[in-house]
Design a protein around this ligand. Structure first.
Ligand SMILES: Nc1ncnc2c1ncn2[C@@H]1O[C@H](COP(=O)(O)OP(=O)(O)OP(=O)(O)O)[C@@H](O)[C@H]1O
Ligand SMILES: [Mg+2]
Length: 355
């Protein structure tokens, strides 16, 4: 049996793979702060997302490897940590401290983009990540209402790079919307170039600071704002929202096509099927597929992208949006669906970053 030394520990742990990333923990630089005291070993294991669904499995695999390769008598203490990964090496200097920039999109209106964007942002923050949320729907901003920030106005600070807008903070998320800067009727009459410029300002003239995830809630369609966005900001990827209906699917196919155009080249991280089914509160085991079954799943299969989640139609989701207390904040099946969506989305982002 080898001695309990740092080298022996690293050697043993080099036999443990992160199942998602397909490499071993030592190569992935996930192990550090190794401390040995007699027969007690302690080290830090840094995972790629705070809510890593595989954390117990990976932890147990580490303990097994130490016991197998060094000695079964060692008591192993693992400090779990998380460091959200990035693949941005941003030469343009736009949002240099933001690790992952994710657009929530759909070709179609009213399918729940804003609802998904808001609950995703809050859910990721609840899991321990730092998150920003930009409302890119210049013509019909909905974040002010959905986050109960209708009458709030962001302040401005002087920084070494000039004056910057300070994002508002709600439910653990930093956020900006054109709705915070104009009154509710004014934004509607903006012309294309002005709207695009306004969006650019929300992104580049605000002090977002360090963020693990920046979520951008896009307007419906595949127009000017979308082009501005992909030209201004190097997106990590897009999450596409659909309902199971055929008509929604056709628009979503167009949106996927836009992101995949060679001159745009934004990876589609996955599909969220919203309004996937209805469950009556008094019959919690029933599922009624009002808009058809598995439409989002079929799209994901066809376009070879992950299905990130299926969100039920629940009155509480609509209500939460209207009163500014998003569903993910409750303790309900809808909240669980959003929390799972966050876990799965974070996982696929980490997998992409590792590739
Ligand atoms: N899963 C759901 N269950 C119940 N209501 C929902 C659900 N998802 C969204 N809604 C409601 O549907 C309406 C439209 O949702 P939302 O505003 O998120 O869509 P959108 O795609 O952002 O719309 P737009 O294209 O206008 O930006 C809202 O009233 C919202 O509360
Ligand atoms: Mg919207």
């Amino acid at each position: 049996m080898p001695q309990l030394t740092e080298a022996a520990v690293l050697d043993a742990l080099s036999y443990v793979d992160d199942p998602d990333l397909g490499k071993d923990l030592v190569t992935l630089k996930m192990i550090d702060r190794i401390a040995i005291d007699g027969n007690t070993l302690r080290f830090r294991l840094t995972l790629t997302t705070p809510a890593c669904p595989l954390k117990d499995q990976i932890k147990q695999a580490c303990i097994n490897a130490i016991h197998h390769f060094i000695s079964a008598d060692i008591s192993v203490e693992i400090d779990l940590d998380a460091q959200v990964t990035t693949r941005r090496k941003d030469a343009s200097g736009i949002l240099p401290h933001v690790k992952n920039i994710i657009a929530v999109a759909s070709g179609k209106g009213g399918v729940g983009k804003s609802t998904v964007a808001v609950n995703l942002a809050i859910g990721l923050a609840q899991q321990g990540s730092t998150v920003g949320l930009i409302d890119a729907d210049i013509y019909g901003p909905s974040i002010p209402v959905m986050l109960n920030l209708r009458r709030e106005r962001p302040s401005v600070v002087d920084t070494p790079d000039g004056q910057k807008i300070v994002p508002l903070q709600q439910y653990g998320v930093k956020t900006l919307s054109i709705g915070f800067l104009s009154d509710e009727t004014q934004a509607v009459v903006w012309r294309g170039p002005m709207a695009s410029r306004a969006l650019q300002q929300l992104i580049t003239d605000a002090n977002w600071g360090e963020l693990d995830y920046m979520i951008i809630d896009l307007p419906p369609g595949t127009g000017d704002i979308h082009l501005t966005l992909v030209q201004t900001v190097p997106l990590t990827g897009a999450i596409v929202v659909t309902t199971p209906q055929e008509v929604a699917k056709a628009d979503v196919v167009r949106a996927i096509g836009m992101f995949r155009l060679p001159q745009i080249g934004v990876p589609v991280l996955g599909i969220v099927e919203n309004m996937a089914y209805f469950t009556p509160p008094d019959l919690p085991d029933r599922r009624y597929y009002l808009f058809g079954k598995d439409g989002g799943k079929d799209l994901a299969d066809t376009y070879n992208v992950p299905l990130l989640g299926q969100i039920p139609i629940v009155e509480a989701i609509r209500e939460g949006g209207d009163i500014g207390v998003p569903a993910v904040l409750d303790d309900s099946p809808a909240a669980t669906a959003f929390t799972e969506l966050c876990t799965v989305a974070a996982r696929y982002i980490a997998i992409r970053n590792a590739k």
